[in-house]
Design a protein around this ligand. Structure first.
Ligand code: UDP
Length: 232
């Protein structure tokens, strides 16, 4: 049915409006550049609802996103975007690859957020890029890099308190941006426990995809807990 693209966790379908697409969220999960695969029951439903809630919240706070409406429990209607070929990661606490790259202990808080750009390129394993690399590859102009940085930091300022009020520490997260048919820069893709590190404020328990990546167990329960706190 008009399938435009199938990724690891989502399918994108054409609609009768060429400027809009439907995004379907799957239960499939991958980690380590696709080397580890599994089904997480209910993940697609959680990520649909969480993304709709967070994108709706961001739009209410003046952040342009591709989100239009939630169609059903696994499908969002969104603006069709031409994507910037970068992943933008914002970090508030040390975890994951920042820990392995720097040796700083996991769970170290940072006064100022750390922002990183990664090259969306599976064959290369999505490497970290500096701004000269981005310019060399023609992925974004210095002006666009500055706008991506500013937008990502604004999003962090809106999301951090949203999560904290729900007993969740927003440790780090990944964003993707694109341009709509009119050339407007908008936040695209998703924000969900697949793309964020979310730690319980009291216990430090991991309520995100790290439970799957690190075989911690309780993956489904963690996703349901995020659904309950973020959406209900
Ligand atoms: N992330 C993501 N997709 C990726 C890589 C990272 O959504 O392809 C998210 C990840 O969930 C975390 C943040 O970006 O919230 C930072 O990830 P990190 O660089 O620490 O890599 P990881 O240790 O997750 O491989």
């Amino acid at each position: 049915m008009n399938l435009l693209y199938e990724g690891k966790a989502k399918r994108v379908y054409a609609t009768d409006n060429s400027d809009r697409v439907r995004v379907e969220f799957k239960d499939s999960a991958t980690a380590f550049n696709g080397q580890k695969k599994a089904e997480i029951t209910g993940k697609g439903v959680v990520n649909t609802a969480v993304t709709a809630r967070l994108f709706g919240w961001l739009q209410e706070h003046g952040i342009p996103t591709h989100f239009i409406e939630q169609l059903d429990d696994r499908n969002l209607l969104v603006d069709r975007l031409s994507m910037v070929g970068l992943e933008v990661v914002v970090r508030n606490w040390v975890a994951g690859s920042l820990h392995t790259r720097t040796g700083l202990p996991e769970g170290t808080p940072m006064d100022d957020p750390v922002l990183e750009f990664y090259y969306k390129n599976d064959a290369l394993g999505d490497p970290l890029l500096n701004e000269d690399h981005i310019r060399l590859l023609g992925l974004a102009s210095p002006d666009l890099i500055a706008r991506l940085r500013q937008e990502a930091l604004r999003i962090n300022q809106v999301l951090k308190p949203f999560f904290l009020q729900r007993g969740i520490v927003l440790v780090d997260f990944k964003l993707e941006f694109g341009r709509d048919a009119e050339g407007n820069l908008k936040l695209g893709d998703e924000i969900s426990p697949d793309t964020c590190r979310l730690w319980d404020r009291e216990s430090g328990e991991r309520l995100d995809k790290d439970r799957f990546r690190r075989d911690l167990g309780g993956v489904e329960d963690a996703y349901q807990e995020i659904l309950k706190r973020v959406v209900n």
